[in-house]
Design a protein around this ligand. Structure first.
Ligand code: C5P
Length: 222
């Protein structure tokens, strides 16, 4: 049985990480949340007062930063230099700064190198923005998930309520639309559907329905 590489890309809050996790579990593949890696670096840069427009400073910071993704019962855990930052990397400050950090070429080169290393032996489901186009260009399965901004803001709102955070739906819409704009318009490996990716509009689908579609694609190619 072949161990495939699966690339799941798409805009912010399109449900990538949830379906990627379900899919990885189903086949016993490794799950790599590449957004969490950019968030982890952003968290550390903010903590240390590193200027996020200083590309060289960020590259140097990344070089001395260990980022670990660990699966667990309660979902993926994220560690920076051994410290559990799973919830911190989702805060508003990190979320509104991460696109500034991820736009830099030197940051992306090192992140892509680490991501390719994690995916080296196949049997991997990786989600992000440039997985099908740059990180795993030879992935056997490439999916591009989309959903309307309204639907994505609504999902994020529900998620926040469940976690006990309050959220303003209009603010969420703005944040999501701005992040999509920055991620799509940056010069280095922007958010873009790979030519050979299959687009799935998840607006009127449940998480389970989306995961099932991806599972079928994997079964077909295994
Ligand atoms: O997936 P998530 O929303 O957590 O990603 C956070 C941010 O990290 C994105 O908005 C984007 O700026 C950056 N990112 C990226 N390339 C990836 C994954 C994430 O530039 N492969």
């Amino acid at each position: 049985e072949k161990k495939l590489s699966v690339a799941i890309d798409g805009p912010a809050a399109a449900g990538k990480s949830t379906v990627a996790k379900i899919t990885a579990e189903k086949f016993n593949y490794i799950y790599v949340d590449t957004g969490a890696m950019y968030r982890a670096l952003t968290y550390k840069a903010l903590l240390q007062g590193v200027n996020v427009s200083d590309e060289l400073a960020l590259k140097q910071l990344l070089e001395i930063t260990a980022i670990e993704l660990q699966p667990s019962e309660i979902g993926q855990l994220v560690y920076v230099d051994g410290e559990n930052v799973t919830s911190e990397i989702r805060n508003n400050e990190v979320t509104s700064t991460v696109s500034e950090v991820s736009k830099h070429r030197l940051v992306r080169e090192e992140m892509v190198r680490r991501q390719q290393e994690l995916g080296r032996s196949g049997g991997v489901v990786m989600d992000g923005r440039d997985i099908g186009t740059h990180v795993l260009p030879d992935a056997e399965v490439k999916v591009f998930l989309i959903a309307s901004v309204d639907e994505r803001a609504h999902r994020r709102y529900q998620e926040n309520m469940q976690k006990g955070f309050s959220a303003d739906i209009e603010k969420l819409k703005e944040e999501i639309a701005l992040r999509d704009k920055l991620d799509s318009e940056r010069e280095v490996s922007p958010l873009k559907k790979a030519a050979d990716a299959i687009e799935i509009d998840t607006t009127s689908l449940t998480i389970e329905q989306v995961a099932e579609k991806i599972i079928v694609l994997i079964e077909e190619r295994k």
